[in-house]
Design a protein around this ligand. Structure first.
Ligand SMILES: Cc1cc2nc3c(=O)[nH]c(=O)nc-3n(C[C@H](O)[C@H](O)[C@H](O)COP(=O)(O)OP(=O)(O)OC[C@H]3O[C@@H](n4cnc5c(N)ncnc54)[C@H](O)[C@@H]3O)c2cc1C
Ligand SMILES: *[C@@H]1O[C@H](CO)[C@@H](O)[C@H](O)[C@H]1NC(C)=O
Ligand SMILES: *[C@@H]1O[C@H](CO)[C@@H](O)[C@H](O)[C@H]1NC(C)=O
Ligand SMILES: *[C@@H]1O[C@H](CO)[C@@H](O)[C@H](O)[C@H]1NC(C)=O
Length: 516
């Protein structure tokens, strides 16, 4: 009894002293805010007592799981409108020992851009208002600030040319800051690879508050920014990207097939067909309960698509009535928004915190056997089941070497799987997250191994969390999740981190640790 009480006391004091060493004193928080006030106009600085604080904080949060009464709020939010505000936040943060979380679109799957699971005082630098997009049609390039959404970039491109596009994600409200930092892929991935493959230059605010372009930051840091994950290397203010060619008319289709209509056989075949099709044809699958919906973008007309499908994937029984010919920009709301949405709706940045969710990912290198698909469909009809989204690889994404950018999931990948589960406020989500964990465990024999690869933009903290040792993130502990996201590129990322942020100022639960 006595010994357990003294153990509890020892633990408590241990915790308190450990807490005290990482949490800046009130005086340093005060000093930080004073430092910010001197450099940043009042309307751009939202402290916890500002009336605007909560509305600014929740403005881009989509997942209520990441914003609960017990979620630790930042000390303040800086809604930067130019580079000097971002630089000031970093300089003040370094001086007063307050760390920064940077947020662009706020779509991080674990909310690391606005919340911390650590006992630390931190500030958020929100780039939502740093969002200009300039498209140069002649050069086929765009310069885009990190706070712009992919929808805003797509729209601006379409206003300049119907022959240009950018190969990034499907959801129009994703921020470019986080998206390009983690790779970024969508319906054009087989033709053009990941979004980060198309970055020509970037402007970075480093841990000293200095502005650097590609030349100034050097080869390794510039490499690291293109897929090495957000937050770790500094704050990217803007990106210059290469646009890609697109025909003026594409053909889209969405064909749902139930198990009764042969979905098991179709999926079994799809695994080998979809990654080997011509690069102009992309067919993804969203599986929910007993229905697999095949969603496709073809860079051509229905007249050429039909014979191609008859030759390569007759099992799907595609016919002319399934074809929807449209422009690339029209395909964005067609695939992601509801059927009444217009092209202008992809500019709508308003998100709502409606469904709680949790996700994780896998990569498949060997086709999964038919009898396993039967079992998978049994998992998907369990009471608290979620969904599977599968994007086929092959084509351009697989043709670059693994070390071309930090995004390593290239040759040999048949497809990516995203598992996602949803729930509403009337449950605590434990049954749904349990289903996700159990299904992920069930899938282990059928997906990539050593490492079991995962996609950093579908961030999952259950893959591993950082440990800080002596005020620096541990490389050994980080390797557990780092190998999954980056495979053989992880060490090079850590070396780049060691160059640009040797003191590990920019860090979070899954940031790259510095190596020297
Ligand atoms: C509804 C939804 C749909 C999605 N669809 C797709 C898809 O089709 N394809 C795909 O590839 N991904 C998709 N994603 C995942 C998405 O690509 C990632 O969540 C991405 O990181 C979001 O970027 P963000 O700027 O919106 O997020 P944020 O939450 O702002 O940032 C994500 C991470 O990057 C850091 N970061 C943000 N801005 C910067 C910056 N300027 N400089 C340095 N670090 C920064 C943050 O600190 C955080 O760690 C989707 C996500 C959601 C929620
Ligand atoms: C950035 O904003 C500050 C006001 O906070 C202003 O003084 C400065 O001129 C602006 N800089 C640029 C480059 O627009
Ligand atoms: C923008 O989207 C939100 C949330 O989906 C919706 O409530 C709102 O009506 C939309 N605004 C416009 C102008 O369409
Ligand atoms: C921890 O590191 C930060 C910089 O990353 C530094 O400002 C701070 O002083 C360090 N704290 C301790 C206790 O060493």
């Amino acid at each position: 009894m006595a010994s357990s009480r003294s153990l509890a006391l020892a633990l408590l004091f241990g915790l308190l002293s450990c807490y005290a060493s990482v949490v800046p004193s009130l005086a340093s928080s005060h000093g930080f805010l004073q430092c910010l006030s001197a450099a940043i106009p009042k309307p751009l600085l939202h402290t916890q007592s500002s009336p605007s604080f909560t509305s600014v904080l929740v403005s881009s949060i989509r997942n209520p799981r990441l914003f609960t009464p017990s979620t630790v709020r930042p000390l303040c939010i800086v809604t930067a409108i130019n580079a000097s505000h971002v630089q000031a936040a970093v300089v003040c943060g370094r001086r007063h020992d307050v760390r920064i979380r940077v947020r662009s679109g706020g779509h991080d799957y674990e909310g690391l851009s606005f919340r911390s699971e650590r006992p630390e005082v931190f500030a958020v630098v929100d780039l939502a208002n740093l969002r200009s997009v300039r498209v140069n049609g002649k050069a086929a390039t765009a310069t885009v600030e990190s706070g712009a959404t992919v929808g805003e970039l797509y729209y601006a491109i379409s206003k300049v040319s119907d022959r240009l596009a950018f190969p990034a994600g499907l959801c129009p409200t994703i921020g470019l800051g986080g998206h390009l930092s983690g790779g970024g892929f969508g319906m054009l991935l087989r033709k053009y690879g990941v979004a980060a493959d198309h970055v020509l230059d970037a402007t970075l605010v480093d841990a000293n508050g200095k502005l650097m372009d590609k030349q100034a930051m050097g080869r390794d840091v510039f490499w690291a920014l293109r897929g090495g994950g957000g937050e770790s290397f500094g704050i990217v203010l803007s990106w210059k990207v290469k646009l890609v060619a697109i025909p003026p008319k594409l053909t889209m289709f969405r064909v749902p097939r139930s198990v009764d209509e042969g979905a098991v056989d179709m999926l079994t075949k799809w695994q080998e067909i979809a990654p080997a099709l011509p690069e102009d044809l992309f067919i993804r699958v969203v599986v929910s309960k007993q229905v697999a919906e095949f969603q496709s973008m073809y860079l051509g007309t229905c007249d050429t698509l039909l014979p191609l499908m008859r030759g390569r994937f007759p099992e799907l029984r595609l016919n002319r009535a399934h074809c929807r010919e449209m422009t690339w920009i029209q395909s964005v709301p067609y695939i992601y928004l509801d059927s009444t949405a217009t092209v202008e709706d992809i500019l709508n940045r308003t998100t709502s915190m409606d469904t709680f969710n949790k996700a994780t990912s896998d990569f498949v290198h060997r086709a999964i056997a038919r009898d396993v698909w039967v079992k998978i469909f049994a998992w998907l009809v369990k009471p608290d089941a979620g969904i599977m989204i599968m994007d086929p690889y092959g084509g351009q994404i697989g043709s670059l070497p693994e070390s071309a950018t930090p995004f390593p999931h290239r040759a040999g990948v048949l497809y990516n799987i995203q598992y996602m589960n949803f729930w509403s406020a009337d449950t605590d989500g434990s049954a749904q997250t349990r289903w996700l964990k159990d299904f992920y465990a069930f899938m282990a024999p059928y997906v990539s191994k050593n490492p079991r690869e995962a996609y950093v933009n579908y961030r999952d903290l259950d893959l591993g969390r950082n440990v800080v040792v002596g005020n620096v993130t541990s490389y050994t502990a980080a390797k557990v999740w780092g190998d999954k996201y980056y495979k053989g590129n992880f060490k090079r990322l850590a070396m780049a981190k060691g160059k640009v942020d040797p003191h590990d100022y920019f860090r979070n639960e899954q940031s790259i640790p510095p190596l020297h």
